[in-house]
Design a protein around this ligand. Structure first.
Ligand code: NAD
Length: 432
């Protein structure tokens, strides 16, 4: 058996390594030569701590079971082709962008073997399998889906920091148009997925995947709205949440400085892009609330600075955390970016610290917390990295010029920070 994985990103790499570990030959295809080189050298091209991936990748490469290439002709005689290229949205219109998907399908088509199984793992707006994937692949391969090859949609449920664990252990939804495709796909995924496989049709699978993430986004937006109300009423939204969740069937999420990551800010738009007639209101509204949180953070910084005797213009603000998730260096769609942009727009001089995230254009990231705090007028916690939970308030107070403290992740209790001589503001917190 030979398997081709098209797209060696956060999804493709763990899938390629997991399939190779089942003893079959795997070829990974990517247009990025650096990723291909890394995989062929047995190196994990992904950033962040991803338990288990590196040894699995190394084992596959050293045993000659896993090779990578930029040449789609290597798909050649593959029995299974898994497509996991990116499916982003336009940042202004929020429309799905299928450039990578179309190009990938176009390059798979000419090499598709009769009888092969093609599984699309990329997240898709509902209707895309029928309207885009099937016709593009049929045109490029000159073959008919369902007759000459099987075509299924098996969206991923991985998440940064737990790629391998989620891939192996979580249940999956499998969209298949007929029993033969479903059986082939079940046999393939059964090799490396321990979770259950729930078979449905293409469109239901597309809807289920995008709803999973839209659901989460809406729940977070609810928590964020409660946080904004709590700030005004002078109560602690985190305490409110604890109390709410003592009521049966309530499971309120935590508010915070904003929502980031690859999927949550994007997938709600994919979902509603196909349902214009239904005029969805709640889902875009939730997106708007979550996108507002970094701006709210900037307002809190301004308030705290003023209360500490400093104007925002020209103030040095230490931003603690650039990654969107604690303990990782994943900064995709991080709320830190719009927060920093808003601070700069208001005239602040921003210094950024993160123990893991890397410097990028416009955002120089320091690993030296003392240096970032030295001479700062205010600090703002955006990511709940462990390093900030251990922050020495006495030392921070000594290093800083003014003492404005803004907590976007409920890392500190307000009264404790105030006792240490700071002005404290926080998402979901009243004044102390
Ligand atoms: N990252 C996640 O946590 C996650 C979780 C669930 C679902 N998904 C979905 O899975 C899909 C892939 O996400 P990702 O995070 O792995 O993306 P990614 O950007 O990390 O990786 C995509 C890879 O595809 C490659 N590529 C692009 N065009 C190509 C082409 N024509 N031929 C071959 N390779 C090509 C890119 O170079 C890149 O290496 C997306 O639809 C995403 O929404 C991602």
């Amino acid at each position: 058996m030979k398997v081709a994985i098209v797209g060696l990103g956060y999804v493709g790499v763990p899938v390629a390594a997991s399939v190779a570990a089942t003893g079959v030959d795997v070829v990974g295809i990517d247009i990025d030569p650096a990723r291909v080189r890394a995989v062929n050298a047995g190196r994990n091209p992904l950033r962040g701590k991803e338990p288990g991936i590196h040894p699995l990748l190394q084992e596959g490469v050293s045993k000659g079971r896993l090779v990578a290439s930029t040449d789609p002709a290597e798909i050649g005689d593959a029995d299974v082709v898994v497509v996991c290229v990116e499916t982003p949205i336009d940042s202004t219109t929020h429309d799905p962008q299928y450039r990578a998907l179309k190009a990938a399908l176009g390059s798979v088509g000419p090499h598709l073997k009769r009888g092969a199984l093609v599984s699309i793992e990329s997240t898709l707006a509902p209707g895309t399998m029928e309207k885009l994937v099937r016709p593009t692949l049929e045109r490029a391969s000159q073959k008919r889906a369902g007759r000459d090859f099987s075509l299924v949609h098996c969206p991923e449920r991985i998440t940064a920091g737990k790629l391998l664990y989620n891939l192996t252990n979580l249940d999956r939804v499998l969209g298949a148009p007929d029993a033969r495709s479903a059986a082939k796909a079940k046999a393939f995924y059964g090799r490396f997925v321990k979770g259950g496989l729930h078979v449905t049709d293409w469109t239901t699978a597309e809807v289920a995947k995008t709803v999973e993430n839209a659901y989460w986004d809406v729940q977070i937006a609810f928590a964020n709205e409660v946080a904004l109300i709590s700030e005004e009423l002078g109560v602690d939204a985190y305490r409110v949440r604890e109390l709410v969740n003592t009521c049966p069937y309530r499971s309120m999420l935590v508010p915070g400085a904003g929502v980031g990551g690859h999927c949550i800010p994007k997938d709600p738009w994919l979902l509603i892009s196909s349902a214009t007639g239904a005029k969805p209101e709640l889902i875009p509204l939730a997106r708007g609330i979550n996108d507002y949180m970094p701006k709210r953070m900037a307002r809190l910084v301004e308030e705290a600075l003023l209360a500490a005797g400093r104007k925002m213009k020209g103030a040095k603000v230490a931003v603690l955390g650039f990654a969107f998730r604690e303990g990782t260096e994943d900064a995709r769609n991080t709320p830190s970016r719009p927060f920093i942009q808003e601070l700069r727009r208001r005239g602040a001089d921003v210094a950024i610290h993160d123990p893991y995230a890397r410097t990028e254009r416009g955002y120089v990231i320091s690993r030296d917390l003392d240096e970032v705090l030295r001479g700062a007028d205010g600090l703002a916690i955006v990511t709940a990295h462990d390093a900030y939970r251990r922050l020495d308030l006495k030392k921070a107070r000594r290093l800083m010029r003014h003492r404005a403290f803004v907590d976007g992740r409920n890392v500190f209790e307000g009264p404790e920070v105030v006792r240490r001589g700071f002005v404290y503001r926080g998402i979901g917190k009243g004044e102390f």
